[in-house]
Design a protein around this ligand. Sequence first.
Ligand SMILES: Cc1cc2nc3c(=O)[nH]c(=O)nc-3n(C[C@H](O)[C@H](O)[C@H](O)COP(=O)(O)OP(=O)(O)OC[C@H]3O[C@@H](n4cnc5c(N)ncnc54)[C@H](O)[C@@H]3O)c2cc1C
Length: 439
Amino acid sequence: MTWENWAGTATADPARRYWPRTVDAIADAVRDAAAGGLTVRALGSGHSFTPVAATDGAAIDLSNWTGIVSVDPDSAMVTVRSGTTLRALNADLDALGLAMPNMGDVDAQTISGAISTGTHGTGAGLGGIATQVAALELVMADGSIVTASAEEAPDLFAAARVSMGALGVISTVTLRCVPAFRLAADERPMPLDEVLNRFGEFAAGNDHFEFFWFPYGHTALVKRNNRIAVMGNGDDGGSSPLPMPEWRRFWEYEVMENGAFGALCRTGRAVPSLGRPLAKLVAATLSSRSYSADSHRVFVTPRRVRFVESEYAVPRESVFGVLADLRDAVSGLGHPVMFPVEVRVAAADDIWLSTAYGRDTAYIAIHQYRGMPYKEYFAAFESIAASVGGRPHWGKLHALGAARFAELYPRFGDFQRVRDEADPERRFANPYLEQVLGG
Ligand SMILES: Cc1cc2nc3c(=O)[nH]c(=O)nc-3n(C[C@H](O)[C@H](O)[C@H](O)COP(=O)(O)OP(=O)(O)OC[C@H]3O[C@@H](n4cnc5c(N)ncnc54)[C@H](O)[C@@H]3O)c2cc1C
């Protein structure tokens, strides 16, 4: 059965598939594949745009390896099986009065797939999901089971949290969680110039700040989400949730952001000369909304209109120049762009292949409706990002190779040393890893 990712940008025909239900079964699968001379890849939810998970060797599908293994109530550490989706994890954490401190804008990914490519949300003082990891259990190339944390196998830990499945199959992830909390969401259109002038203020003054900008217009949709209450033990922080009414949630997310937007995108794809005016129309209809809800209900937005995406992590102060150059580049494209640019922020971290390694970061993501031309747009963006030392998201489209990554990541050589020790025979290789890490 052919495997295909969410965006339809990668397909593969694994020679063998395994659906383990225990850690020993994961180890058996790795040994069995090795005995058959096959390479091995773990499958997440297929939400990477790059062919990072694709294999024609053995695919280990972890969809039967889910759920919470243990909870330490004092430290709020939660150990979870690697195939658990963020959606299921959030539901289980809710029941425990706990939450992830930050996350991206969808929850379909598995916890192991999310950390393996450096998935992140937004927040100037917060890192990506991999920074929430306190320990990992991995099945190594020889089938042995190893735990990595800051104390135990620290180099493996520094390498493995963002490692694209190159070092082993993650069997469990121990996360540093926080007491469940509510967010007050404020979303409003603003002139792009004002957003850029106040970028530092917005980033520093809000727990989670991001904006969307349709690259033909002068208006951005600014989203600011701030913590208003810690829940649990009957303490609601003195504030009650002000949920968005269900009809409005349905109207705004399902009808406007998915249904109507999808229809406009289909029109732009069928009649490209309408693409530009339609994108401007969408930008002109952006509206304000304020509500509050449990954190994960605010972080997550339904994304039913399929698209392709590229995203670069740039030094925070480079964001202005990159957006100015991007606007110029878009005006010269031979095709319309139907999707907005998304700008987010994250704190510097110390994970060797994290896109935010060693620098406070702005993330700039560009998108295009599936089935419309995008290569010219993405290539122009890539060369703009290259001029400021941009690092591409490991799970989003880019064309960079290992030689460039050796320049972009100060600890790339250390990662390669750990990879050579962990997987000298390249059991976990695939063509994408050959491109980005070398053979
Ligand atoms: C609609 C949409 C929205 C998105 N939103 C965001 C966002 O807000 N922020 C962001 O940063 N990214 C975002 N992404 C990208 C996405 O989060 C990443 O690509 C993520 O890796 C996908 O997780 P997955 O479970 O689908 O993993 P997959 O794409 O299936 O796999 C990713 C990698 O993880 C490896 N892997 C999976 N499980 C294991 C394991 N147990 N052990 C070892 N390796 C493993 C795979 O082999 C592969 O190398 C989005 C993608 C889509 C399609």
